[in-house]
Design a protein around this ligand. Structure first.
Ligand code: ADP
Ligand code: MG
Length: 256
């Protein structure tokens, strides 16, 4: 498989592009259409926020974009790879190598300390234990958890747990970072810390950060805000002045 490098990033900066994504689920005797012909793209260095009410298809979209859930129709090109044409083992490998995930429920291992949560993933990726530990500590420092290295999830606050999850995702230096409602279980202050860390992942690591949320308070931190409702993209706008004119999907430009 091609190994995408930062140096081979496309000139337009697009890290991920999806076209014509559709997904439906069977519920009883009927089908519910959750994604309806969705076109989507995300760029390196951007915090792209996908906002929409509960049930609008956000989690399904993230799953289809990240190789977790096969769409019924459409294509996803991620870092130059057409994801859904790869065999499933290669898709798993792609996720491991290039994607970071942050979820509402933190998804930490109860028995492991903060350092161990991060090193486990790095060792799985092939780093030797010493190197993994060094990287894990750097990553935990970066999210402000230098004094919590040996704490287990039960000894950490919600905000701290989410920062461990972010450290775990960032330690891999992923080019694609997916966050699904990362602040929903947190109070305002901790939510702000988390979103600023995601912003930093985009700015300092050049990751394409895709954050889905129904929390309107997060909108202010985004470079780009995409609204989804009932499985369709309603509008797509840039918030940064220099690229304000970039509008995709032929959608309504509201302005920042
Ligand atoms: P959001 O993340 O925006 O809240 P989801 O993508 O989780 O929305 O779900 C969109 C719709 O699809 C919801 O109505 C949900 O009940 C339905 N749905 C999601 N996953 C499944 C599934 N595996 N089987 C049946 N219905 C599903
Ligand atoms: Mg969801």
């Amino acid at each position: 498989m091609k190994r995408p490098q930062a140096s081979t990033r496309p000139a337009d900066g697009v890290a991920l592009r999806a076209t014509g994504l559709s997904k439906r689920f069977k519920t009883g005797r009927t089908f519910i259409e959750v994604l309806k012909d969705v076109d989507f793209d995300a760029r390196h260095g951007d915090l792209t926020m996908v906002m929409g009410p509960s049930g609008s298809g956000k989690s399904t979209l993230v799953a289809a974009l990240s190789g977790l859930l096969r769409p019924d129709a459409g294509a996803v090109t991620a870092l130059g790879q057409e994801l859904w044409t790869l065999p499933s083992g290669k898709i798993d490998r792609f996720r491991l190598d290039y994607c970071g995930f942050i979820f509402q429920g933190f998804n930490l291992f109860p028995a492991l300390t903060a350092v161990q949560q991060v090193t486990t993933v790095l060792k799985y990726k092939g780093l030797d234990p010493e190197e993994a530990k060094k990287k894990a500590i750097i990553s935990l420092n970066e999210v402000g958890l230098a004094s919590r290295l040996n704490q287990r999830p039960s000894e950490l606050s919600g905000g701290e747990k989410q920062r461990v999850a972010i450290a775990r995702a960032l330690a891999k230096d992923p080019q694609l970072l997916f966050a699904d409602e990362p602040t929903s279980a947190l109070d305002g202050e901790n939510g702000q810390i988390v979103i600023q860390l995601l912003q930093r992942a985009a700015k300092q690591h050049g990751a394409a950060v895709i954050c889905v949320t129904h929390d309107p308070r997060l909108e202010a931190y985004a470079d780009r805000v995409i609204h989804i409702e009932d499985g369709r993209i309603l509008d797509d706008r840039r918030r940064t002045p220099e690229t304000k004119s970039t509008v995709d999907h032929g959608a309504t430009f509201i302005g920042a």
